[in-house]
Design a protein around this ligand. Structure first.
Ligand code: HEM
Length: 144
């Protein structure tokens, strides 16, 4: 179970990162160039929301089956974790949840705006913040 979830979480991360980059870039460039908000922009924002939520669910399940997640904290306590272990057990999951929260807020706020410019602005801010958070705490050395 653990290795299957770890593999899915690891491969799904490529799709998640690709979509957050595309959605942030799309919102920033169309905000700056004053483009009209169209169906494709809505689909990009929605698809990004969906893939990040799926990653959140896989991540939560992984957190409780992995020896590097909750089990590591229970076995060694917070103070017993090395910085590499803390990244996997605390920082990456916590910041991942925060990033998904930002993306969810951005998605729900953009839907309430009635015109193009404010829609792109909200998406640009919240999706880019989500992207920066995810990038700051990916366990790069485990991934590659
Ligand atoms: C939302 C964006 C997220 C991305 C892009 C992401 C990406 C990754 C990547 C690339 C790895 C390394 C995989 C490997 O070793 O090959 C990883 C590990 C891990 N992630 Fe995430 N993750 C995200 C969110 C989460 C969340 C929200 C949680 C838990 C609440 C979580 C829990 C974990 C755990 C526990 C590991 C370590 C698994 C192990 O090696 O035993 N992740 N993640």
């Amino acid at each position: 179970m653990y290795s299957i979830l770890q593999m899915i979480h690891s491969y799904w991360a490529y799709l998640v990162l690709t979509m957050i980059v595309i959605a942030s870039f799309n919102a920033i460039t169309k905000y700056l160039s004053g483009k009209e908000f169209q169906a494709i922009d809505f689909r990009i924002a929605l698809f990004t929301l969906i893939v990040t939520h799926i990653q959140l669910l896989i991540g939560l399940a992984l957190y409780f089956v992995s020896p590097n997640g909750f089990k590591n904290i229970s076995a060694n306590g917070m103070s017993g974790l090395s910085s590499a272990a803390r990244l996997l057990a605390v920082e990456h999951p916590f910041v991942g949840i925060l990033a998904v929260t930002f993306i969810t807020i951005g998605y729900s706020k953009h839907k309430k705006k009635l015109t193009s410019k404010p829609k792109f602005k909200v998406l640009a801010i919240f999706y880019t913040l989500g992207l920066l958070l995810v990038l700051s705490r990916i366990p790069w050395s485990n991934w590659f």
